[in-house]
Design a protein around this ligand. Structure first.
Ligand SMILES: Cc1cc2nc3c(=O)[nH]c(=O)nc-3n(C[C@H](O)[C@H](O)[C@H](O)COP(=O)(O)OP(=O)(O)OC[C@H]3O[C@@H](n4cnc5c(N)ncnc54)[C@H](O)[C@@H]3O)c2cc1C
Length: 399
């Protein structure tokens, strides 16, 4: 017998937790199986543009998230060569009003903690830690999910399985073994600086995007402005399994000094005491997302380069659309595969466009020589308002 209106979600990342809340809001019982014994997000930030924050606000999380998040006034694009601001994209209250939702920057731990607190408080959701989803088998009505908990094998029946288990997804491996993430040749160095460690009067004024030859740096305040989050993107090799490892501070310092980066950017980099490096991997655009009673969501479906700051945003959007499509199917077991297909169809083109934009941004940010100079001139000429307007198709999205 299949459990009617029970959905199993593999993975309690930003995508899986948001999906659980959205599905519960649509009348489903949700079981989230997470392989980690303890949920702990790395000390780093995430930008949530209005398309993503709108979904979280609709789920009733605004009162908890707003005090933890900061709403930056602007994204300022900086020249690594001159240290000057090239252009300022105004965010702030006016932009939030226009988009109908805020642009937030937040510590990942604060976002995850808030999602987990809501999941735990929701009687329709069960979160089981230390449960590794191993496989699944489609049945006439729904699916059987096989998992392992502390060495013990278990099984459960569900109407559908959602693979929100990240870029190394086990669910995807079984569904579409031919779909594999590809290494981009770029490494993200992530670290934080305590503002008290910087000279008095040091001010960021929102999000800064520094563009330099074959590298860029994204900087923004998190944790109520007490910390500054840094992400430096540089070319590199990747030999390690997994995707996170400590980085040697001197290596990055020397690289940015040798490339002649301006003093304020180097000051920030020099002040970070501990770095984590992430190999940047991405899924091919437009791969399949669903088969039978199983579908992928978030990075497992479309892990992307982070240069549009939309990976988590797309996972959050996925969650809202998935819940709407499954909600429409209701108790009809036979309608579930079609509902999952409707979800995938509704998402695929938009997500592929964001994946392309992220790749294109990466190429633009890393230009060198005369092409970099031409880029800077073009950005200044366009101006912040027009550059921001080019993002409207992302930010103005509504579920
Ligand atoms: C440097 C960097 C900066 C970024 N900045 C931004 C940004 O500013 N804005 C933005 O929107 N996005 C950003 N992103 C992207 C964003 O972090 C990811 O797209 C997002 O976190 C993906 O969420 P997810 O839930 O799909 O996957 P994950 O967060 O990877 O979660 C997957 C979960 O599944 C669990 N799991 C794995 N296998 C199993 C299994 N077999 N069984 C059970 N559980 C399992 C894992 O333990 C994990 O908890 C950035 C990414 C990087 C690398």
């Amino acid at each position: 017998m299949t459990a009617t209106r029970t959905i199993v979600v593999a993975g309690a990342g930003i995508g899986g937790l948001t999906a659980a809340l959205a599905l519960a809001a649509n009348g489903f019982r949700v079981i989230v199986l997470e392989k980690a014994e303890r949920l702990a997000e790395a000390g780093a930030g995430v930008q949530l543009s209005p398309n993503a924050s709108r979904v979280l606000v609709d789920l009733g999380l605004a009162d908890q998230l707003a005090p933890l998040a900061l709403a930056p006034d602007a994204v300022t694009v900086m020249s690594a060569r001159s240290g000057e601001a090239l252009v300022r994209l105004p965010l702030g209250a006016q932009a939030a009003e226009r988009a109908g939702a805020p642009y937030w920057v937040i510590h990942r731990g604060d976002l995850q903690g808030t999602l987990v607190a809501h999941v735990r408080a929701n009687p329709a959701i069960e979160l089981r830690l230390g449960c590794v989803v191993e496989s699944f088998a489609d049945q006439a009505h729904g699916t059987t999910v096989v998992y392992r908990h502390r060495g013990e094998r278990g099984e459960m029946q569900a109407q559908a399985l959602i693979g929100a288990d990240g870029i190394w997804s086990a669910v995807r491996r079984q569904l579409f073994p031919q779909l594999q993430p590809r290494f981009s040749g770029l490494i993200a160095w992530r670290g934080t600086v305590d503002v008290s460690a910087l000279p008095p009067g040091f001010a960021l004024g929102g999000v800064q995007l520094w563009m330099g030859p074959q590298a860029h740096l994204v900087v923004y305040p998190i944790s109520g402005g007490r910390l500054i989050n840094l992400v430096a993107i540089v070319p590199g090799d990747w030999q390690r399994e997994g995707w996170s490892a400590p980085g040697e501070p001197r290596e990055l310092r020397d690289r940015f000094a040798a490339a002649g980066w301006a003093a304020p950017a180097r000051l920030l980099i020099d002040t970070v005491e501990s770095w984590k490096t992430w190999a940047l991997l991405a899924m091919p655009d437009g791969g399949a997302w669903t088969s039978g009673a199983t579908a992928l969501l978030g990075d497992s479906a479309h892990g992307m380069l982070p240069f549009a700051a939309q990976g988590a945003g797309m996972a959050i959007e996925d969650a809202a659309v998935l819940a709407r499509c499954l909600g429409d199917a209701g108790n009809d077991m036979l309608a579930m595969p079609e509902a999952l297909q409707r979800y995938a169809n509704a998402r695929r083109n938009r997500v592929a466009r964001v994946q392309r934009l992220a790749r294109q941004n990466g190429r633009i940010y890393h230009l060198t020589g005369p092409l970099a100079l031409a880029r800077d001139v073009a950005m200044r000429a366009l101006g912040g308002e027009r550059l921001l307007a080019r993002q409207a198709w992302i930010y103005d999205w509504k579920p």
